[in-house]
Design a protein around this ligand. Structure first.
Ligand code: PLP
Length: 405
């Protein structure tokens, strides 16, 4: 038999959040070990369930959800997204500009497949949510990483963005609130990015999936709201804000200047038609979610479970010698730094694997987020305070041994 190889398209595609270390953790679980998992931003397994009203609505609509919907999605759901777009002040959005997908993940893939030809470049943040880099590569483009500056609260380095623009640059990706850093970008910074996009005719892709998961009273501005004259693609969904990741519901909104983008929009329409439609049961959750009680507020308030867990995890991590961390203002993650003078790590995947083997704690290494050096890791702070205390205690013990070596 001839060996069956994966396609060459996958040669540069990498998604380490569910990568080799996770496989190792699964084997350890099969052998009976209990692993504390701080690796995936999946709210429900940690007791953050979708609001009851959403579940009830999905159940009530289940019998009618057995057929396909329109490729762009159910009308009522898209109407609710339209209302959301108006609330976020997205300019020049009509019903035809709204696409529902099987999670933001599918729409990121569709958006990149529809855009890119060989040699096209897309500016993607470092660190990033690595699906963006993977989707650009899979679509035949090249992800060019612009730096986010840890010493400046992980905000994008505007000079680095400018320096990395070439005649092949088609677009810039903004993840705000950011995964993995938790940074939330102020309007002034977003306005500078819009200006760069305007000058260089770049499309802006804004991944705003955590736009309600905000701490310390910060507010969120959609970059598209500042860019009526730029083509913007804003992505959002129910996975995080409404703790319904398993429903696989996301949406994409085209806004701003669209007249020159008719051909691209045709491409988006075609790809959405080819996958027929998004999961219809999940689509029924959208109207209730967006129109209902925004119950995430209770979780992110200072006394709320998410905020308390963030504060505890940040405090415990930054008490470890040689560990520093910008306190996240949004999302579900901490992205601590290991001082290379204290922890001279050459291979951070190996480091994370050894931590797993010795302490039964599962994290994701910083280079898995296309970070430039092996000196960071990401911690999901969804587990309850007992598990977080236990896990970070184990990380501290592991690091103490590294210091002694
Ligand atoms: N974008 C970001 C920044 C994410 O962190 C995630 C999931 O963790 C996604 C997109 C994927 O979301 P979905 O569940 O809608 O596919």
């Amino acid at each position: 038999m001839q060996p069956v190889h994966k396609s060459q398209k996958l040669a540069n595609v990498c998604y380490d959040i569910r990568g080799p270390v996770l496989e190792h953790a699964r084997k350890m679980e099969d052998e009976g070990h209990r692993i504390i998992k701080l690796n995936i931003g999946n709210p429900a397994p940690f007791g953050f369930f979708a609001p009851d009203e959403i579940i009830e609505d999905v159940i009530v609509n289940l019998p009618g959800a057995s057929g396909y919907s329109d490729s762009k999605g159910l009308f009522a759901a898209r109407k609710a997204i339209m209302h959301y777009a108006q609330e976020k002040a997205l300019p020049n959005v009509g019903m035809e500009d709204i696409y529902i997908g099987n999670g933001v993940s599918e729409l990121i893939m569709v958006a990149m497949q529809a855009l890119l030809d060989a040699g096209d470049e897309v500016l993607v943040p470092a660190p990033d949510y690595p699906l963006w880099t993977a989707a650009v590569s899979l679509a035949g483009g090249r992800a060019v990483h612009y730096l986010c500056d840890e010493s400046a609260g992980w905000f994008p380095d505007l000079d680095d963005i400018r320096a990395k623009i070439t005649p092949n640059t088609r677009a810039i990706v903004i993840i705000n609130p950011n995964n993995p850093t938790g940074a939330v970008y102020p309007p002034e910074l977003l306005a500078h990015i819009v200006e760069i996009a305007r000058q260089h005719q770049l499309i802006i892709y804004a991944d705003e999936i955590y736009d309600k998961v905000l701490y310390d009273g910060v507010s969120h501005t959609s970059i598209a709201s500042l860019a009526p004259d730029v083509l913007c693609i804003t992505l959002n969904g129910l996975s995080k804000n409404y703790r319904a990741a398993g429903f696989r519901v996301g949406w994409l909104i085209v806004s701003g200047e669209k007249r020159h983008a008719r051909d691209y929009i045709e491409g988006l329409n075609m790809l959405c038609s080819m996958r027929l439609c998004a999961n219809v049961q999940g689509q029924h959750a959208i109207q209730t979610a967006l129109g209902g009680y925004q119950s995430i507020d209770d979780l992110v308030a200072p006394h709320g479970r998410l905020c308390r867990q963030r504060d505890l995890a940040w405090k415990l991590l930054t008490e470890i010698p040689g560990v520093s961390c910008v306190k996240p203002q949004g999302a579900l993650y901490l992205f601590p730094r290991l001082d290379p003078a204290v922890y001279p790590i050459a291979d951070d995947q190996q480091f994370i694997l050894e931590l797993l083997q010795q302490e039964k704690v599962l994290l994701v290494q910083g280079t898995g987020f296309n970070w430039v050096a092996p000196d960071h890791f990401r911690v999901v702070f969804l587990p309850n305070t007992d598990d977080l205390t236990d896990a970070i205690g184990r990380i501290a013990r592991f690091l103490e041994n590294v210091r002694k070596q």
